[in-house]
Design a protein around this ligand. Structure first.
Ligand code: NDP
Length: 472
């Protein structure tokens, strides 16, 4: 049996309800279902029933849809997704499409794709970014999975997606490519937020700037090359008065950052893939340190922390450092995407990914338009920092970036992401680093062999203990 609904949304929480309203606002008829029926009733009571087909059971939902059916799941990631697939899967027919729009782990998506394919269902894992407002007005959407689903879901998703440099939805690739891309997006988001947090503490603790002065700087940056949603809201945050006090609200907030896991997943994947991701990992670690309040309190008792002022630091240097560190972080994130795409056969188009992040999502930024251009100029670009225009900016920023990191370290203000990015860039362009000593150590204790500069193709092992020692 089939009906006249164009698309279905299962799970009418924060994201699902707003996405369903978004689809409806584009003229689509949307079948909606939620585990707790009162949530569906509430949606219709609050926003009107026209354009919605409220369904109390999965069977009803399936019957309400045109074929091939497109069912979008917006439920809590994890077991809930499996539970919903189990409840609806038996009612679907070959060729129907299941789209998981939650923040599922890409490996779960790959497992579910295989299971769905065994029943001739087309499975899509689709990252959706933009939060509540994005879901309602236009998110950035990152679908991937069974390629046969794309021509069917494309016109539907293009109606709902944000518009930046084109419509912010693109096919990311096979298998778990969509959720992998969303995972990296979230990792980059962690990096951006940490970097902004670090320049905020430098302004407040190092430069002693008050909240209006900080806001003015962030607002100015938002008019320049750092223009982005996160800089914009940071300006708004630092300027906001505490409704229960006189000072800035941000200073009344317990500094214990939460995390749902997608940033950590990105770091874990990077370690497993052998891709260096120090900026994002520093951000994940910083959140973990922040959440260990008892340990921090105990440490302060024995190692009191004195923070020195650094009035000599120029705000222009902070801008250079923030921009360069952000660029380094994006270079690392795109490197991870490229590596995963190659290793897993996803076929991710990095320029397209940058394009669909230009609007709708949390990391939306003018900068991403330039990232897109860099990959358009050279789709095989091994690293963003090698793009000539970015390389030139990095070279210009380096002296200021060093001044910022050095001053912060001396003043005792932690800047883990700014400094990890700087160390990364210094390592990336370094001719010879610590690896030669490490190879010698490995060979000494484990006979792992090493290769000489003058004979790089021939691994050799040395009995180090028997070598003649150099003396002064
Ligand atoms: P909510 O907590 O607001 O809603 C969760 C939904 O999942 C509810 O409809 C709930 O139904 C349903 N659900 C939970 N467990 C089950 C189950 N076992 N069986 C059936 N339904 C179940 O979550 P969000 O809307 O915020 O998030 C949905 C997904 O989107 C998540 O994967 C999240 O990570 C992702 N996401 C969220 C963003 C955000 O900003 N909030 C941004 C981008 C992605 P019930 O009402 O019956 O409990």
């Amino acid at each position: 049996m089939s009906g006249n609904a164009d698309i279905a949304v299962i799970g009418l929480g924060v994201m699902g309800a707003n996405l369903a309203r978004n689809f409806r606002s584009r003229g689509l008829t949307v079948a909606v279902h939620n585990r707790r029926t009162e949530v569906t009733e509430h949606l219709l009571a609050e926003h009107g029933a026209e354009g919605f087909v409220a369904c109390t059971t999965p069977e009803e939902l399936v019957a309400a849809l045109k074929t091939p059916r497109v069912v979008v799941l917006m439920v809590t990631a994890g077991q809930a997704v499996d539970a919903v697939i189990a409840s609806i899967g038996e009612h679907l027919e070959p060729g129907d499409i299941l789209v998981d729009g939650g923040n599922s782990h890409y490996a779960d998506t790959e497992r579910r794709s295989v299971a769905a394919a065994a029943h001739d269902l087309l499975y899509v894992g689709m990252g959706v970014s933009g939060g509540e407002e994005g879901a309602l007005l236009g998110p950035s959407m990152m679908p991937g999975g069974d390629t046969r689903a794309w021509p069917v879901i494309r016109p539907l998703m293009e109606k709902a997606a944000a518009v930046g440099q084109g419509t912010c939805v693109a096919w990311c690739g096979r298998g778990g490519a969509g959720h992998y891309t969303k995972m990296v997006h979230n990792g980059i988001e962690y990096g951006d937020m940490q970097l902004l947090g670090e320049v905020f503490t430098l302004m407040r603790d190092g430069l002693g700037m008050d909240a209006p002065a900080q806001a003015e700087v962030f607002e100015g940056w938002n008019r320049g090359r750092l223009s982005s949603f996160l800089v914009e809201i940071t300006a708004g945050i630092v300027a906001s008065r505490d409704p229960q006090g006189a000072g800035p609200l941000v200073d009344a907030i317990l500094d214990e950052a939460g995390q749902k896991g997608t940033g950590r997943w990105t770091s874990v994947q990077a370690v497993e893939a052998g891709v260096p991701l120090p900026t994002i990992t520093a951000a994940v670690d910083a959140r973990a340190i922040s959440s260990r309040r008892a340990q921090r309190t105990a440490a302060r008792a024995v190692l009191p922390r004195g923070v020195a002022r650094i009035p000599e630091l120029a705000v222009e240097d902070l801008e250079q450092a923030l921009y360069a560190a952000k660029l380094a972080s994006y270079a690392q994130g795109f490197d991870l995407l490229r590596t995963a795409s190659e290793e897993r056969g996803y076929g991710i188009d990095l320029g397209e990914v940058a394009r669909i992040w230009t609007a709708g999502c949390i990391i939306r930024a003018a900068f991403l338009g330039r990232v897109r251009e860099a990959f358009q100029r050279d789709p095989e670009l091994p690293s963003l920092v090698l793009d000539p225009s970015f390389a030139e900016e990095l070279a210009t920023a380096l002296p200021a970036w060093r001044r910022v990191v050095a001053a912060a370290v001396i003043a005792g203000i932690p800047v883990p992401a700014l400094s990890a990015s700087l160390a990364w860039i210094d390592q990336v362009r370094g001719e010879r680093g610590a690896a030669q000593l490490i190879q010698a150590q490995r060979d000494w204790f484990g006979a792992h062999t090493y290769r000489r500069l003058d004979a790089p193709d021939a691994p050799i092992h040395t009995d180090w203990a028997s070598l003649e020692r150099l003396h002064r």
